[in-house]
Design a protein around this ligand. Structure first.
Ligand SMILES: [Zn+2]
Length: 374
């Protein structure tokens, strides 16, 4: 594996871009940000706001914008930015995950209590469970299907309620430095269907007693949305202050409950306490990502913190060495019970996708050339 010289980004991330000096796309974007004319972007955003207000009048829509929220740090920032900075009449849509954690419940309630109307879309748990199981065996990815419902929720409501503007948060093409995806590195969030996760399409979930009617909350009518001239934007493109650590600190100031300070990072695979609070499937998925690609959640969080100057690259490497890809037995067992498999079956499936960056020495898997040995 090769790693970015500035952060700890590995070249095994699907679609990642590195320049000839071995700097990753995300670090390059961090530099680019300094040259962006933010005041002209702000102006552009104000024009969109003016347009959305007029359009809501015309549509006789009670709301000017809709935001899909989990109650986590990004959605808290988006909601307050849209209402308080942009002066928009906001409707929140919460796509509640199956088996939402106590933190998740608290945080979505906190966000509502900050003063918002909110609609919850919750797909049938029996269907979700079936689809998670399918994705686990086909993609060894237990969170893929939840992304469909999460992304679709805001578009479904915008379409049904004739709300002109959807405000999404972060464009992976910018932050992760993933330039090879079909997503453009601009403000247009309408083509989210083309992202790596969603490109496989909802129709592959049909069959095994799952019909199109069961999948209503997993997809949106792109044609209807374009016909109604509904716009969808990435707030990250316009908000200079947008970053994972910034949003974390902002949301904590506004009442976000993080994981407790004494959380053992080895149980969840990262030291980052304000990420992915609403679902315990994340650490399990990140363990699987670590097996496939040789990096996990701790790498992502350490990259963000290095870029923000919160930790040094050396500190990041230590954290990655200690915590990347770790996940407690309890979380794995809970997941296995949930989809009705044994822990042995779990590991057998996980091993089937182990990447070639691993080698087995005396029955133990280790990375062939990890970042801490460079
Ligand atoms: Zn980098």
């Amino acid at each position: 594996m090769k790693y970015c010289k500035k952060c700890v980004q590995p070249d095994t991330r699907p679609g990642i871009y590195f320049n000839e000096d071995r700097i990753c796309g995300a670090c390059l974007y961090e530099e680019e940000k300094k040259n962006i004319d933010w005041s002209s972007r702000e102006k552009e955003l104000r024009e969109i706001v003016t347009w959305a207000k007029q359009k809501a009048e015309e549509n006789k829509s009670n709301y000017e914008c809709v935001i899909g929220v989990s109650g986590g740090k990004d959605s808290t920032f988006q909601a307050l930015y849209a209402r308080d900075r942009l002066g928009l009449r906001v409707l929140l849509v919460s796509g509640e995950p199956d088996g939402i954690t106590e933190f998740g419940k608290k945080n979505i309630e906190n966000l509502k209590q900050l003063g918002f109307d909110c609609i919850t879309l919750r797909p049938n748990p029996k269907i979700i469970k079936k689809l998670i199981r399918k994705d686990f065996f086909e993609f060894v990815n237990p969170v893929k299907v939840t992304e469909f419902s999460l992304w679709a929720s805001a578009y479904i409501i915008a379409d049904k309620f004739n709300i002109p503007l959807v405000i999404q948060g972060e464009n992976d093409a910018l932050t992760l430095g993933v330039k090879k995806t079909a997503l453009k590195d601009n403000d247009d969030a309408l083509d989210i269907n083309k992202s790596d996760t969603l490109a496989s399409g909802w129709s592959r979930y049909l069959g095994n007693e799952v019909t199109e009617k069961d999948l209503f909350m997993f997809k949106y009518d792109e044609e209807s949305i374009r016909r109604k001239q509904i716009r969808a934007i990435w707030l990250q493109y316009y908000a200079k202050e947008w970053s994972q650590p910034h949003n974390g600190e902002f949301a904590i100031k506004h009442g976000l409950t993080t994981r407790p300070k004494d959380t053992d990072p080895a149980e969840i695979g990262t030291y980052g306490l304000y990420y992915s609070l609403d679902s315990d499937l994340t650490p399990v998925n990140q363990l699987l990502k670590h097996i496939k690609f040789g990096f996990g959640l701790c790498t992502d969080h350490a990259c963000y913190d290095v870029r923000e100057g919160k930790i040094t690259r050396e500190e990041a490497i230590e954290l990655v060495k200690k915590y990347d890809g770790k996940c407690s037995y309890k979380l794995i067992k809970n997941f296995c019970d949930y989809i009705g498999i044994t822990v042995d079956e779990f590991w057998k499936t996980a091993e089937s996708v182990r990447g070639d960056m691993w080698e087995n020495k005396n029955g133990n898997w280790s990375l062939k050339d990890p970042i801490w040995e460079k």
